[in-house]
Write a protein that binds this ligand. Structure first.
Ligand SMILES: NC(=O)c1ccc[n+]([C@@H]2O[C@H](COP(=O)([O-])OP(=O)(O)OC[C@H]3O[C@@H](n4cnc5c(N)ncnc54)[C@H](O)[C@@H]3O)[C@@H](O)[C@H]2O)c1
Length: 399
């Protein structure tokens, strides 16, 4: 390992998963190079700036930048690194079906930079069986490079804390690979779990799908209660109060983002499309914006109303709009209402208006992402109809 310029090269190192991981490894004393094709992100990070919100990351980035954290858009840095961590996006097609050929194309592009002693760590969420397929591909190209799958299980926005606090699952095909991968991750956490690659691939999908289904249960309960003109949160509070077996029932709310839906689709594909719970969860969670609009249509002449959406990110206190249900809601409302005004303090989108404009000029306000700072805003709840699926404002969920 000592013959290498870097301990770790992270491919996709400027992304939401790669960058926090690189910063954390560098902080733990590893020499890290972030390799990425996004030159704008490289520029931003080189100036000590995070290209997206990640709590506590920017200070840590400045501590390690140019000391033991480096950036490059040159593939040659791969050859100079012992561990090659791959965190480019999950290889799927436009219908969210797994596409191994994308990984094959990517690997073909880096094979010439691989050296037999190196160790590839796959960290993107991948379809079960992908790690073994990659090993087969490398072996058929004459490469002995070791491969392990070490899934990322953090919640976006909490990476810097969770990388050190959560156990790390390692899926390796043999003990030497496991011990090596363990040596790398022990710099972040002592809590290491061994699985085979296929078990680890499935463990990652189960983790996300479990979360997604839990959200869907609350979203379904919310829709049932609301249909009967009952405030879900009066029932929710009663059900969860001092009752340990329901203590982990989440509130209702938009369950979205780049992982949960996509990973549920992956598991559906892996189960030969017999994953009924997963399909039901997708229908319920993805159907929530439409449920809100249909109910508003029943109760109000929506065609004459201006609707404001507060929060366009896929969840609270982040700036990531990937697969955000606020945008799905916006699309439906553009068909059904007089006008839609969208606002978000973090998301960069030229079509957004200020918070004041959205609040003051809308007849109906829908909370799209519960950003903490919205707690401070003065909405006159007696004058505006507010749709708050989360019960974030504490006024109940009925509308
Ligand atoms: N965001 C999350 O919270 C999260 C959590 C767990 C797992 N994941 C998984 O991690 C993977 C990456 O997700 P992300 O959110 O970091 O995505 P992202 O889009 O933020 O990051 C991907 C990065 O890879 C770079 N990239 C793409 N193709 C490349 C190539 N050929 N060579 C070099 N760099 C390349 C991009 O420029 C980008 O910076 C996905 O598979 C996702 O499912 C994400």
């Amino acid at each position: 390992m000592n013959n290498y310029l870097y301990d770790v090269c992270i491919i996709g190192g400027c992304g939401h998963v790669g960058l926090p991981l690189g910063i954390a490894f560098a902080h733990a004393g590893k020499r890290v190079v972030l390799y990425d094709i996004d030159r704008n992100a490289i520029d931003t990070i080189s100036r000590g700036k995070m290209p997206f919100i990640e709590e506590g990351a920017e200070e840590m980035l400045r501590d390690v930048l140019e000391k033991n954290l480096f950036l490059s858009s040159e593939k040659s840095v791969i050859s100079g690194s012992y561990f090659i961590v791959i965190v480019i996006g999950t290889p799927i097609d436009e219908h969210l079906n797994p596409r191994f050929t994308l990984f094959k194309e990517f690997l073909s592009g880096i094979t010439e930079y691989l050296i037999d002693e190196q160790h590839i760590i796959l960290r993107s969420t991948i379809f079960p069986g992908t790690t073994e397929k990659i090993v087969d591909f490398l072996r058929s190209n004459g490469r002995k490079t070791r491969v392990s799958f070490c899934p990322e299980r953090i919640a976006e926005g909490k990476a810097m804390e969770e990388l050190r606090n959560l156990p790390q699952i390692i899926g390796s095909l043999d003990d030497i690979s496991f011990q090596e991968a363990k040596e790398l991750f022990v710099s972040l956490t002592n809590d290491i779990i061994y699985l085979t690659p296929k078990e680890a691939e499935l463990a990652k999908l189960f983790t996300n799908v479990w979360r997604y289904i839990r959200f869907s249960i609350s979203n379904q309960f919310y829709q049932i209660a609301t249909q009967y003109n009952l405030d879900y949160y009066r029932i929710f509070d009663a059900v969860t109060y001092n009752y340990p077996r329901t203590g982990d029932l989440p509130s209702a709310g938009f369950a979205a983002g780049p992982c949960l839906f996509k990973d549920t689709m992956q598991l559906a594909a892996y189960s030969n499309n017999s994953f009924f719970l997963g399909h039901a969860a997708m229908l319920i969670n993805e159907g929530l914006p439409n449920f809100i609009v249909q109910r508003l249509k029943e109760k109000h002449s929506l065609k004459d109303k201006i609707v404001g959406i507060l929060g366009m990110a896929f969840k609270g206190d982040i700036d990531d709009l990937r697969e955000s249900l606020s945008y799905k809601l916006k699309k439906i409302l553009e068909m059904e209402s007089k006008q839609v005004l969208c606002t978000d303090p973090f998301v960069k989108d030229a079509n957004l208006v200020t918070l004041d404009e959205a609040v003051n000029n809308s007849d109906i306000i829908i909370l799209g992402a519960p950003h903490s700072q919205y707690k401070e805003i003065g909405i006159d709840f007696s004058k505006k109809l507010v749709v708050d699926v989360w019960n974030f404002f504490g006024k109940g969920g009925l509308f």
